[in-house]
Design a protein. Structure first.
Length: 94
């Protein structure tokens, strides 16, 4: 149990956050991708290309660091089912 607890740190509101290099490396990979791809990245592309499951959390981290990232929401109906996904585009640095 002590090993489990040592891998986490407390953040606001008593929440726990994993303290490792994974978040930093995901943020770095995402930022590099956004700089190299002006069209941005979708949620699906983030998972397939960068192996990031929660891109919204990584985008929030980058925004906290001062990067201006726009979210473009896409909606369409496929086989009668509504589909919604986000596309993230780097605009610049504040």
């Amino acid at each position: 149990m002590a090993e489990y607890e040592s891998n986490y740190k407390k953040v606001g509101g008593g929440r726990m956050k994993l303290k490792n290099k994974t978040t930093k490396s995901q943020n770095d990979r995402l930022l590099t991708y956004l700089k190299d791809h002006r069209k941005g990245i979708t949620t699906f592309e983030a998972f397939e290309v960068l192996h990031i499951c929660r891109i919204s959390a990584r985008v929030a981290d980058l925004r906290d660091r001062g990067y201006q990232i726009d979210t473009i929401m896409h909606r369409e109906t496929v086989d009668g089912m509504p589909k919604v996904w986000g596309q993230y585009v780097l605009r610049g640095i504040a």
